[in-house]
Design a protein around this ligand. Structure first.
Ligand code: PHE
Length: 347
């Protein structure tokens, strides 16, 4: 028994020096212990054999724990925060870049926020609409020549009046719906105040300033005693917030069937502030035509059941792409819908 205990101590010490700890289980000393078995008194053999088994068990546990330790030391921890595919076996776009929010989407969220702080709720437009909302409710009677100014895409599908559905060419298609939806505000002594930033379509010749698909933000405000000064102040405040500086505005008379009087609103170029004759944004003019607006025509109010003798209002429709182009000095509107990554990565 003493010999076994001695052997055990010896072998446990030796394990640490072995390249393969498992080899200790084949140590010659163990065989030598077994070899003494026949020379023992039969009454002692059981206890002796069991003690050797215990020794082997102890050695096995020691081997197992050393092996586990070695495994753990050899394994490389996984860094779950490391960049994906660092070895570059995938195109670099997938490997290192995250998507970003499209500049137009981000700017629309920004302008919604500005109008929200001015008390305007935000609504969505539609991608297919009818001529009733595109023209009729806006005081363009059938055959009105101004209908042609809108280069409206028609679809093959026809509505219940037999008129082709259209791709809306302005967000003013939502004016009538807003007047109906928020009608109750007026009786409650509250104004109707809503904006609609959304996508519009026109069948236009494309160039650096014209795209068939673009964005507008419509604004509608109706209450008692609303006047043109409030319209101009609202737009000026919005533009100041958007560009983060005060800019000059120029208001010229214009014509829209659904506003009277109507104005065209130009802004001093926020990019060059009128100081660069070669400015790519304003072509050196110093001014940029930005939006159409005016006092809502009494016929438009009447069509929505609002008495124009009691209530007045203003409306505006502002091109969002232009707003964004001027903010960042983008020289070609077509970049915005192009899906060009080199362009988009700058935002
Ligand atoms: N809908 C007009 C356009 O797209 C702009 C506008 C909106 C004018 C509201 C007046 C009032 O040209």
């Amino acid at each position: 028994m003493e010999k076994i205990a001695e052997t055990e101590a010896l072998l446990l010490e030796r394990i640490a020096q072995l390249d393969q700890p498992r080899d200790i289980l084949k140590a010659v000393e163990i065989k030598q212990l077994y070899a003494r078995l026949p020379s023992l008194d039969p009454s002692e053999r059981g206890a002796y054999g069991k003690r050797i088994n215990d020794l082997k068990h102890t050695l096995e546990q020691a081997v197992a724990s050393i092996e586990t330790e070695k495994d753990q030391a050899a394994s490389v921890p996984i860094d779950v925060t490391a960049p994906f595919d660092v070895n570059g076996s995938l195109p670099s776009l997938l490997a290192t870049e995250r998507g970003t929010i499209h500049p137009l989407t981000r700017e629309i969220a920004r302008l919604r926020g500005i109008f929200a702080r001015m008390g305007f709720v935000s609504e969505e437009s539609r991608e297919i609409d009818d001529q009733f909302h595109m023209f009729e409710t806006l005081n363009f009677p059938a055959g009105h020549p101004a209908r042609d100014d809108y280069d409206t895409f028609m679809t093959l599908q026809r509505d219940k009046d037999g008129e082709p559905f259209v791709a809306p060419a302005h967000t003013s298609t939502m004016q009538h719906r807003i007047l109906l939806k928020y009608h109750a505000n007026l009786e409650a002594g509250e104004p109707i105040a809503a904006v609609v930033p959304d996508r519009v379509f026109r069948n236009e010749d494309l160039d650096a300033r014209h795209e068939h698909t673009f964005y507008q933000v419509e604004g509608v405000y109706v209450a008692r005693d609303v006047h043109a000064g409030m319209l101009i102040a609202t737009l000026q405040k919005f533009l100041e917030e958007y560009y983060g500086k005060s800019l000059n505005v120029r208001v010229n008379p214009f014509y829209f069937p659904f506003t009277e009087p109507s104005f065209e609103f130009a802004l001093s170029c926020p990019f060059c502030e009128g100081k660069n004759p070669d400015c790519k944004v304003c072509s050196g003019e110093g001014w940029i035509e930005l939006l159409g607006c005016g006092m809502i025509h009494p016929n438009v109010l009447r069509a929505a059941g609002i008495d124009p003798e009691v209530y007045t209002g203003f409306a505006f429709g502002c091109g969002i792409d232009r707003l964004v182009m001027m903010k960042y000095g983008i020289e070609d509107v077509r970049h915005l819908e192009s899906g060009k990554l080199d362009f988009l990565r700058q935002f």
